[in-house]
Write a protein that binds this ligand. Sequence first.
Ligand code: ADP
Length: 364
Amino acid sequence: PGIGGRRKFVIPTKDKAGGGSGGGQPGNFHPGKSVMQHMLNGKDDKKDGDIDIVLDERYKNLDPRMVELIENEIMERQLNVTWDDIAGLDFAKKTIQEIIIWPMLRPDIFTGLRAPPRGVLFFGPPGTGKTLLGKAISAQTNSTFMSISASTLTSKWVGEGEKMVRTMFAVAAIHQPTVIFIDEIDSLLCSRNENDMESSRRIKTEFLVQLDGANTFAGENAKILIIGATNRPDDLDEAVKRRLIKRLYIPLPNKAGRRQFIHRLIEHETQSNNPHHIDLSDKDVDFLVELTKGYSGADLKSLSAEAAMIPLRQIDDIQNVSIDNIRPLNIEDFQIALNNVKATVNKDDLQKFLDWNNKFGSFP
Ligand code: ADP
């Protein structure tokens, strides 16, 4: 079963994750293997550097070059992002638990009325943890994680974007359960200029087809979750908005979120090689939480990295300094860093997100 036509092609140079050729029946997917390895399953009598391959029915319509690219550049394996790595966002986490994690873990219970959405939207300012949430979902549900920016689809894959989308969903189905994270989903849908129009329109149509689960490689029941992310919800196309029924606002961290971020940072740095890395009292933390109002998670990260450079700048001979002689970070370092690293999200934008959330967002 599952033996398709014979084709010849030059074997790709990279041999991933051992395995090699042979072993396994075509048609049985082994999670540890790449689709490429499955494509190469079967006969491999080498002649002139070429390989004869027997393609599984499921793979034979896919372009091997594109599959390879997707597996190398879009797919990520072995993510270990946990909920604890994500500061704040309690509402989003709780909602995600109910509408995404539980259904993925117990598909038998979540049917009919409880059927999970195929796609969700994360919207909010940049650097607030939308991608992190996607990764955490993937890690918690033991899913494959695929991440692509929609602007890449339209720019880098000119003329091939549509095929790319189709292949991506096919690969996702083979590796299911899969979380497909599509960043800047707004840009998929509006073309930048006249020349792009036709190709963008086709990408969009293909995407909508895939989002509906019709005509897809694995059919409607494929365990594929699509997460669209955007900082520009106003630009979202109606057709897409309609399909991403659950729309979660991923806001800037509030006080509690910022506090969690800082505590986690201290904890993390203490576990790393230099045990005296950060020296902040509870009062310092309170102070820092106040000073960083309006900072996103990504801003907090940049701020901390900037602060971490300050003790080093005071050392004359970095090349020979003993690690024990590097002083821990203190609140003054953070205060100095605050002059250089400002919050990147402005108040007007925040109001726009709130308005959009009131109109289109999902609430408990
Ligand atoms: P987004 O997808 O919303 O633009 P990311 O999830 O890519 O943002 O976040 C970028 C980086 O900023 C993360 O890798 C992380 O270091 C930090 N970050 C952002 N939000 C959070 C958060 N809520 N908790 C912890 N770190 C965060």
